[in-house]
Structure formats: C-alpha cells, structure tokens
Design a protein around this ligand. Structure first.
Ligand code: HEC
Ligand code: HEC
Ligand code: HEC
Ligand code: HEC
Ligand code: HEC
Ligand code: HEC
Ligand code: HEC
Ligand code: HEC
Ligand code: HEC
Ligand code: HEC
Ligand code: HEC
Length: 487
C-alpha cells in the first residue's frame, strides 16, 4: 500500500515538474501575460497548456527567447496570426499526425481535418478561398478544452448554440444557400430532445449526434448520417442502447421492430424511397413533421384515403373519447406488418374481437362479422372466376374480355381493404357489390364459352363421322367400279 502511494506521488511530481519546466520556458506566455491580452489569459485554461504545449505550438517562433524580435522571428518559424485554411492547417500539423499526437501522449483520432475537407462545410466561403468553417469556428482558438468538458463549445449542451450561430442567421445562410431552411433551432426546441437539452440533459440528441461533427454532409448525400436509409441506424445508436437509455423509462426496441416492419423492409431492403424512416413520422427537428399536429396523425400523410375514411367513421369519436391513437391502436407504430383479412372479423386473431364481442360493443361485433363474410365471399367468387377463365382459355376459347375484367374484381377487393376503415356495413357492402356484380358477369361469360366449346366438340364429332362415312362409301364405290372394269 505504502509502495503504491509512493509510486503515485513520484509520478505526480514528475508530471508536474515537466509541465513546470515547459511553462517556465514559455517566454511567449510570460511576456504576453504582462501585456494582459486575452489570448494569454484564456490560454491558462487551455488543454494544450495543460499538455505542456506553448504559444509556439500553433504560432511558431522561439518560446525560449526573452526578446520579442527573436521570439517572434519568421526564421524561427513564427507564422503570426493564421487566417482561413491556414488556421485548420496549423491545428492539423498535430491533429492529423498520429506520430506527433502519440509523442504528446494522445490516442485521439487523427481524422478531423480529413473529414472536415469532405464535409458540406468545406465549401468555399463567400469572401475567400478558405472553407466556411475552420477548427476554431467550433472549438475556439484559445482556452480550448476537452470536448467532454461542459465548457467546450461542442459539449452537447453548447453545440446547439455553436451550430445555430450560423444556421439561425438568415442573412448569412441565404448568402450561401437560399433554399436551406433556417428553423432547425426553433423546431428542435419543441422536440423532446430539445426540451431535455435545455434542461441540461447532455444525453439526448443534439445537432452533432444526428449529423456528425467533422464529416457533416448535405441531407441529400447518400453518405449523410441523416439520409433516409442511414437515419434509422443513427437514431438506433442511442435508442437501441439499453445501457445508455436506462435512466429513461422508455422501450429500446424501436429499431428492431421497425426493421422487421413492412415500412422497414420497404426502405432498408427494397430501397423504396416512399417508405417512412424514423423522421418521416417523428420529424427531423421538431416533435412531429411539418403540418402534422401529432405523431399519431402522421400515417395520413401517406395513407390519405384510410385516414379520410377513419375520420368519418364511428371509431373517430369512440377513439377520441378514449384517447386511443387512430391507426396504431390496430396496426401498432413500429412493428406494422402487412395487413390481411385475418385482422377483420370476430375470430380470436381478428383485431376487432379485442373490443367487440357478444357482450361488449355488440353492434360493432355484428358488423365485423358481416364485413368478414362479405370479403370472404368476394374472395371466393374471384377464385372461382379465375378458374373458369383459365379453363376456357385452356380450351382455346376467346375470353380475353372477361379475363380483363378479372382485374376489376381484384380492384374491388383491394378497395374493400381500404373501405374497411369506414367501419360501416353499408359503405363496405357497396364496394364489395361492385366486385360481386363484375364477378357474376365473368362467370356467365366464361361458363358460356366453356359450353360453346363442348357444343362445338359434339358438332365436330358428328361432322367427322359423316365425312368418314362418306369417304368410306366413296372408297367402296371406287373399289367396286375398278373390279367391274377388270372383269
Ligand atoms: C517580450 C514580449 C513578447 C514575447 C517574448 C512574445 N511576444 Fe508576441 N507579442 C508581443 C507584443 C507586445 C505583441 C503586440 C505588438 C505587435 O502586434 O507587434 C505581440 C503580438 C503577438 C501576436 C499577434 C501578431 C499579429 O500579427 O497581430 C502573436 C500571434 C504573438 N505575439 C505570438 C507570440 C508567440 C507565439 C511568442 C513566442 C514564440 C511570442 N508572441 C513571444 C510581445 C511578446
Ligand atoms: C491551439 C493553437 C493556438 C495556440 C496554442 C495559441 N494560439 Fe493564438 N491564435 C491561434 C489561432 C488559430 C488564431 C487566429 C484566431 C482567429 O482567426 O479567430 C490565434 C490568434 C492569436 C492572436 C491574434 C489576436 C486574436 O485574439 O485573434 C494573438 C495575439 C495570439 N493568438 C496570441 C497567442 C498567445 C500569446 C498564445 C499563448 C499564450 C497563443 N496565441 C496560443 C491559435 C493558437
Ligand atoms: C462544425 C463544427 C466543428 C468543426 C469545424 C471542427 N470540429 Fe472538432 N468537434 C466538433 C464536435 C461537435 C466534436 C464532438 C464530437 C463528439 O462528441 O463525438 C468535435 C470533436 C473534436 C475532437 C475530439 C476527438 C474527436 O475526433 O471526436 C478533436 C480533437 C477535434 N474535434 C479537433 C478538431 C480539429 C483539429 C478541427 C479542424 C480540422 C475541428 N475539430 C473542426 C465540431 C467541430
Ligand atoms: C502542437 C500540437 C497541437 C496543435 C498545433 C494543436 N493541438 Fe489540439 N491537442 C493537442 C494535444 C496533444 C491534445 C491533447 C489530446 C489528449 O488529451 O489526448 C489536444 C487536444 C485538443 C482538443 C481536445 C480534444 C479532447 O480531448 O476532447 C481539441 C478540441 C483540440 N486539441 C483542438 C485544436 C485546435 C482547434 C487546434 C488549432 C487551433 C489545435 N488543437 C492545435 C495537440 C495540438
Ligand atoms: C460558420 C457557420 C457554420 C457553422 C458554425 C455550422 N454550419 Fe452548417 N452550414 C453552414 C453553411 C453556410 C452551410 C450551407 C452550405 C451550402 O449548402 O452552400 C451549412 C450546411 C450544413 C448542412 C447541410 C444542409 C443540407 O442538407 O444541405 C448541415 C447538415 C449542417 N450545416 C449542420 C451543421 C451542424 C450540425 C453544425 C454544428 C456542429 C454546423 N452545421 C455548424 C454554416 C455553418
Ligand atoms: C434527431 C436528429 C436530428 C437533430 C438533433 C438535428 N437534426 Fe438536422 N436534420 C435531421 C434530419 C433527419 C434532417 C433531414 C433529412 C432529410 O431531409 O431527409 C435534417 C436536416 C438538417 C438540415 C438541412 C435543412 C433542413 O432543415 O432540412 C440542416 C441545415 C440541419 N439539419 C441542421 C441542424 C442543426 C443546426 C441542428 C441543431 C440545432 C440539427 N440539425 C439537429 C436530423 C437531426
Ligand atoms: C444522442 C442520443 C440520441 C439520438 C442520436 C436520438 N435520440 Fe431520441 N432521445 C434520446 C433520449 C436520451 C431521449 C429522452 C427519453 C425520454 O425522455 O423519454 C430521447 C427521446 C426521443 C423521443 C421521445 C420519447 C418519449 O419520451 O416520448 C423520440 C420520439 C425520439 N427520441 C426519437 C428519435 C429519433 C427519431 C431519432 C433519430 C432521428 C433520435 N431520437 C435520435 C436520445 C437520442
Ligand atoms: C410509421 C411511423 C413511425 C416510424 C417509421 C417510427 N415511429 Fe417511433 N413512434 C411512432 C408513433 C405513432 C409513436 C407513439 C407516439 C405517441 O404515442 O405519442 C412512436 C413512439 C416512439 C418512441 C417513444 C417510445 C416508444 O417506443 O413508444 C420512440 C423513442 C420512437 N418512436 C423512436 C423511433 C425510432 C428510433 C424510429 C426508427 C427506427 C421510429 N420511431 C420509427 C411512429 C413511428
Ligand atoms: C412516408 C410515407 C408513409 C407513412 C408516414 C406511413 N406509411 Fe404505411 N406504408 C407506406 C408505404 C410506401 C407502404 C408499402 C410498403 C410495401 O408494401 O412495400 C406502407 C405500408 C403500410 C401497411 C401495409 C399495407 C398492406 O398492403 O398490407 C400498413 C398497414 C401501413 N403502411 C400502416 C401505416 C401506419 C399505421 C402508419 C402511421 C403509424 C403509416 N403506415 C405511415 C408509406 C407510409
Ligand atoms: C379498428 C382497426 C383499424 C384501425 C383503427 C385502422 N385500421 Fe387499417 N386496417 C384494418 C384492417 C382490419 C385491415 C385489413 C383489411 C383486409 O385486408 O381485409 C386494414 C388494412 C389497412 C391497410 C392496407 C389496405 C390498404 O388500404 O392499402 C392500410 C394501408 C391501413 N390499414 C392503414 C391504416 C391507417 C393509416 C389507419 C389510421 C387512419 C388505420 N389503418 C386504422 C384495421 C384498422
Ligand atoms: C380498440 C377497441 C376497438 C377495436 C380494435 C375495434 N373497435 Fe369498433 N368500436 C369500438 C368502440 C369503443 C366503439 C363505440 C361503441 C359504442 O359507442 O357503443 C366502436 C364502434 C364500432 C362500430 C359502430 C357501431 C355502432 O354502434 O354503430 C362499428 C361498425 C365497429 N366498431 C366495427 C369495428 C370493426 C369492423 C373492427 C375491426 C376491424 C373494430 N370495430 C375494431 C372499439 C373498437
């Protein structure tokens, strides 16, 4: 025990001594402290100062020289005050060099400058040949602290302001890209993330947790962290991390469920750009996408017909009263699967039977039963029609018109799946009856074609028989004639 304390004390003394000597040799700091300028005051809290790096680490020059001319001599590498890209290059002299960072005792990544150059912020600034953002734009030049230090401008509670300094500045943003919205901060503050961030919760999403820090790309860039097919993974970084989310009493299964849902499969596997990613329902920055009053109304932005029918259905009022969300109540939110007829009706697996049975909400029970009966009968006649048309076709009959009308039956069946959402027997029966009527006409036509086929076959058989008999008769007649002549 004693030994350990001794080793620890010795190590501490060595560290302090080496720092002491480095700083004792920093004549830049010493002289500048006397001038009482801002850089030298700020530098006392700088992580670089703490690591024994002197003013010359960035500005060059000779930090051991007492005289101003020698210290700030170009021949000693003094670069003065860097401007534009030279700023980032001065930082990159260390931060892009694994060897240098290692020799300074650091194991930080060394990709910041490389990433920054490929980011959307690497565009040229309006007035010069330098990038829009340099390292000091986000980290400051003096008084730089670790990004995990609450005083850092990129610490989660501060980064929102750091980004918004530009992104909420209408004049500045217009001058670069007039089509880019400038309301991210404003909207962000209405979201759960923004509200918690304002209450000093550093764990919720801020600008950099969704967009990245050095490798920020345009939202339309396929490599962007917020590009539709990458976004669910970006949200999952936190929302699927049970450890990280432990303090919050919400589930951590959204990504897992979403990836298995019809929406997730459509976007992530089939690359269907029309399918929703997390932000299509939850909004990019705000609590819900623009023009949608709440997340539970968002389905209607894509499934407009279903939403319209639902609004005029008896469930609208019933669900509102019970504070049940419109679509999720039957379809869930993240694990939405392909809808089938099984959902409809009064069988145990039907969704209706969760609330309707012989004792509870009985009218709905009866309607659900009838609706299922109707759709089952339409499906049955559709199947029968398909078989009849197929049979007639196999027999070589001309049936193309009836075959074409099979599509109308199918269409009526698809429409009925949407019409379910009126939750009205009459409206449902209307759609079904269109299908049933068309189906009946197809049945008549294909059956008559098949009858015609058999009729023609019998006709053909009789004709063949007559022709054969005539031929036989002629044959015998000719034979007879020949025999006569030979005699
Ligand atoms: C003996 C005092 C003294 C020493 C030593 C000294 N400086 Fe200075 N430095 C000054 C004064 C005074 C100014 C402001 C006058 C000027 O702009 O020329 C200044 C200005 C600067 C500027 C701003 C230059 C500009 O163009 O605006 C930088 C950067 C700077 N010093 C860095 C350093 C660095 C790095 C070192 C050590 C290698 C250093 N100084 C050593 C006194 C000193
Ligand atoms: C980590 C790199 C770094 C270190 C270390 C550093 N500087 Fe600077 N300094 C800069 C950069 C970059 C600028 C230009 C800032 C800008 O354009 O916003 C700058 C600007 C200055 C300026 C111009 C006035 C100003 O505030 O813009 C002075 C003076 C200066 N530094 C002095 C010093 C002194 C003195 C020290 C040591 C006490 C020091 N710097 C340490 C990077 C550094
Ligand atoms: C647009 C703002 C922005 C610019 C410009 C920027 N940074 Fe950062 N930087 C950040 C943010 C945000 C973080 C914190 C990331 C995190 O918490 O994971 C960060 C983190 C860092 C870290 C900690 C290690 C790491 O990579 O996460 C270093 C070192 C760093 N930046 C250096 C630089 C250097 C050097 C430059 C210039 C080449 C630069 N930064 C330019 C925003 C910026
Ligand atoms: C002389 C080499 C050198 C130069 C030049 C330099 N840095 Fe550093 N920087 C370091 C070292 C070493 C550390 C400490 C790394 C560590 O703690 O692992 C550091 C730490 C940092 C950190 C804190 C990272 C963290 O731990 O979260 C930031 C941010 C940073 N530097 C930004 C800059 C910026 C911005 C510039 C240019 C204005 C710059 N550095 C110039 C060597 C340098
Ligand atoms: C110095 C000002 C400035 C700062 C600070 C800044 N940005 Fe930007 N950013 C811009 C400008 C200007 C553009 C527009 C570039 C263009 O399209 O011409 C831009 C573009 C973007 C884009 C691309 C938008 C698109 O889809 O086309 C994103 C995303 C972005 N910034 C996020 C951030 C984040 C996150 C931060 C903070 C970590 C940040 N910015 C800090 C100025 C800034
Ligand atoms: C929860 C994740 C998330 C957070 C937090 C976030 N963004 Fe975004 N951001 C997005 C998504 C998603 C998009 C849009 C992608 C698309 O258009 O498909 C976006 C788009 C953008 C754009 C492009 C223009 C636009 O509004 O569509 C800019 C600029 C931007 N964000 C800046 C910011 C800034 C600044 C902050 C912090 C105040 C921030 N973002 C916070 C996810 C986020
Ligand atoms: C940096 C981690 C992080 C990232 C990235 C992140 N979130 Fe969050 N999110 C949180 C935390 C922490 C909460 C707070 C949980 C709470 O208060 O219930 C939260 C809350 C939420 C909530 C509100 C939950 C509730 O309580 O009702 C929604 C919705 C949400 N996030 C969606 C998203 C979406 C969508 C994305 C991706 C575009 C995303 N989040 C990205 C950490 C994150
Ligand atoms: C089809 C729309 C939709 C998509 C896509 C979607 N959500 Fe949701 N999400 C919802 C609805 C609706 C709720 C319930 C909101 C309520 O009741 O206030 C919800 C709730 C949440 C909650 C609150 C906690 C919970 O589980 O109830 C979080 C966190 C969340 N979603 C994150 C995500 C993430 C992360 C993704 C992408 C992987 C995602 N959501 C995709 C619609 C969607
Ligand atoms: C951004 C548009 C969009 C949003 C928002 C959206 N969906 Fe979808 N939805 C689609 C697309 C596209 C498909 C078809 C996917 C496929 O078949 O590959 C689909 C499929 C479905 C299906 C399966 C349809 C079938 O034929 O079986 C259901 C059920 C569904 N969505 C319900 C919802 C619900 C409930 C919500 C709200 C919580 C919602 N959707 C939000 C676009 C959206
Ligand atoms: C009371 C339960 C219930 C509610 C509430 C409900 N649905 Fe449905 N939904 C169903 C049933 C049952 C089916 C399957 C019908 C079939 O295939 O026979 C279905 C099928 C669907 C389909 C596939 C058929 C089609 O129209 O393409 C979509 C999409 C859909 N629903 C979206 C929604 C949306 C959006 C909402 C909210 C406005 C919603 N549903 C509300 C029960 C419901
Ligand atoms: C989450 C519970 C719930 C589910 C699931 C549900 N309903 Fe309902 N339904 C109700 C409630 C509550 C009422 C209002 C009952 C009342 O006011 O007596 C209602 C009313 C109805 C009505 C109107 C009855 C009348 O009095 O005119 C019909 C029709 C109906 N439901 C059909 C269905 C069908 C079909 C399904 C399955 C696709 C279904 N419901 C699923 C809760 C539900």
């Amino acid at each position: 025990m004693k030994q350990r304390i001794f080793i620890f004390a010795a190590a501490l003394i060595t560290v302090l001594a080496s720092r002491e000597s480095a700083l004792a040799n920093d004549k830049c700091l010493e002289c500048h402290r006397n001038t009482e300028d801002k850089p030298s005051a700020l530098f006392l809290n700088d992580i670089h100062y703490a690591k024994g790096i002197t003013c010359a680490g960035c500005h060059g020059g000779n930090p051991n020289a007492e005289e101003i001319e020698q210290a700030m001599d170009k021949k000693a590498g003094f670069i003065g005050v860097p401007k534009g890209d030279d700023i980032s290059k001065a930082c990159a002299a260390c931060h892009s060099s694994p060897e240098k960072m290692k020799s300074l005792g650091s194991s930080l990544p060394t990709n910041q400058w490389e990433f920054l150059q490929t980011s959307v912020h690497a565009k040229l600034s309006l007035k010069g040949k330098d990038h829009i953002a340099q390292c000091v734009t986000c980290h400051n030049a003096h008084g730089i602290v670790s990004v995990k230090n609450p005083a850092s401008p990129v610490y989660p509670l501060n980064v929102v302001k750091t980004c918004s300094r530009c992104h909420s500045d209408i004049a500045l943003m217009r001058s670069y890209n007039p089509s880019l919205p400038v309301d991210q901060f404003e909207k962000y503050m209405t979201s759960v993330h923004g509200k918690r961030n304002a209450k000093e919760d550093a764990k919720t999403a801020e600008c950099a947790s969704c967009h990245g820090s050095h490798d920020i790309r345009s939202a339309k860039d396929v490599k962007s962290k917020v590009y539709a097919s990458n976004l669910p993974g970006t949200c999952a970084n936190c929302h699927s991390n049970a450890d990280y989310m432990k303090a919050y009493k919400i589930p951590t299964d959204q990504y897992e469920k979403y990836a298995k849902s019809i929406h997730g499969i459509a976007l992530l596997q089939k690359h269907d750009a029309g399918a929703p990613a997390c932000n299509s329902c939850h909004g990019n920055h705000g609590a819900a996408p623009p023009g949608v009053e709440s997340v539970s109304k968002v389905c209607g932005t894509c499934h407009a017909l279903n939403a319209d029918l639902f609004s005029s259905s008896p469930h609208k009022k019933a669900f509102d009263q019970r504070k049940l969300p419109e679509c999720e109540t039957c379809h869930s939110n993240h694990e939405i699967i392909a809808a089938t007829d099984k959902l409809l009706g009064v069988a145990p697996e039907a969704i209706c039977s969760q609330c309707h049975n012989e004792n509870q909400n009985v009218k709905g029970y009866q309607v659900a039963k009838k609706m299922r009966g109707l759709i089952d009968s339409l499906e049955a006649v559709e199947k029968r029609d398909q078989e009849l048309v197929y049979e007639a076709e196999q027999k070589g009959m001309e049936i193309s018109e009836a075959k074409f009308r099979l599509r109308d039956v199918r269409q009526a069946r698809l429409q009925s799946r949407t019409a379910v959402h009126a939750f009205s027997e009459e409206k449902f029966a209307e759609v079904i009856s269109i299908g049933l009527k068309t189906s009946a006409s197809i049945e008549v036509e294909s059956e008559s074609a098949i009858r015609e086929y058999y009729f023609r076959r019998i006709g053909l058989a009789i004709a063949t028989l007559i022709i054969t008999l005539v031929a036989l008769f002629l044959f015998l007649f000719v034979r007879r004639l020949e025999k006569k002549q030979n005699k």
